[in-house]
Design a protein around this ligand. Structure first.
Ligand SMILES: Nc1ncnc2c1ncn2[C@@H]1O[C@H](COP(=O)(O)OP(=O)(O)O)[C@@H](O)[C@H]1O
Ligand SMILES: [Mg+2]
Length: 259
């Protein structure tokens, strides 16, 4: 289990103590994320998706079982992992450039820091906004800056916790394409939590469907479609149907009024 860039989760359990009672939030989670793979996770609110991402990134405290990245058990944060949340969490008193450079590995020299920041501004399409402050950015732009900030240390894997959830529908679709472009260019693994089944399928190599209380993995659905994906194709809609059925939704009814 030492393949470079690969993430293995085996027999993961997570419990929280609430009011002196132990609550099981994640149970028997097994998941493998290949190097450079894009994985989407969907599941009802409260099923433990954020908890799972935080554990992988090393911010979730202790856990039972194994989370192994690059052959090493995760036991705290590290530069090999990044995370982006639904709210951008940029520091309001720093410019876009300063925010992107803020978490950059302290060992990197000044001239190189500037070059890394420049490259990432370019990657996320924010040229001309280097000196802007977060309040001067649209939601989509702020989220791009947050993504850039999470990439500067070249992590092996990036966690995205509903990263596009606060954006309007059109910006969201545009950002899905941007995210795919960044993923292709950076060649790193990504795990994205989303409530949007279409978004999950559009971006992922495989979609993980979780069940709630305690959170378990119900099913892992491979998405073998060529990119960029056509949301109106028969195969896309068939997979969407399969995933909605997993959710025990009335998929037949859903499609009869959406076509
Ligand atoms: N630090 C914590 N202490 C106690 N309970 C928590 C903590 N963090 C999350 N939980 C609980 O764990 C469950 C899963 O939360 P979360 O991972 O945020 O769900 P999701 O992201 O899927 O909506 C919820 O019931 C939540 O209340
Ligand atoms: Mg969450």
């Amino acid at each position: 289990m030492t393949e470079a860039g690969k993430l293995y989760i085996r027999g993961l359990n997570k419990k929280f103590n609430v009011d002196a009672k132990e609550i099981s939030v994640l149970e028997a989670i097994n998941l493998t994320v290949e190097r450079g793979e894009f994985v989407s996770i969907i599941g009802t609110s409260g099923c433990g998706k954020t908890t799972l991402l935080k554990l992988i990134v090393g911010l979730g405290g202790s856990y039972e079982g194994d989370i192994i990245l690059n052959g090493k058990r995760v036991d705290g944060p590290g530069l090999d992992r990044g995370i982006v949340f639904q709210d951008h969490r940029l520091l309001p008193w720093l410019t876009v450039s300063e925010n992107i450079g803020f978490g950059l590995d302290a060992k990197i020299k000044k001239a190189e820091r500037q070059e890394i920041i420049r490259k990432h501004i370019q990657l996320i399409g924010l040229r001309g906004f280097e000196k802007a402050y977060p309040y001067q950015l649209s939601g989509g732009m702020a989220q791009r800056a947050a993504i850039a900030r999470s990439l500067v240390n070249r992590p092996a894997i990036l966690m995205l916790d509903e990263p596009l959830g606060a954006l309007d529908a059109l910006t969201r679709m545009y950002m899905q394409r941007e995210l795919e472009k960044i993923w292709k260019e950076e060649r790193i693994a990504m795990i994205m939590v989303t409530h949007d089944v279409e978004e999950a399928i559009y971006l992922a190599d495989k979609v993980v469907v979780m069940s709630s209380r305690p959170g378990k993995i119900n099913k892992v659905i491979p998405i073998p479609l060529a990119r960029p994906r056509d949301r109106d194709s028969y195969e896309f809609i068939r997979i969407k149907d399969e995933i909605l059925k997993e959710f025990h939704l009335e998929a037949e009814k859903y499609f009869s009024y959406s076509i």
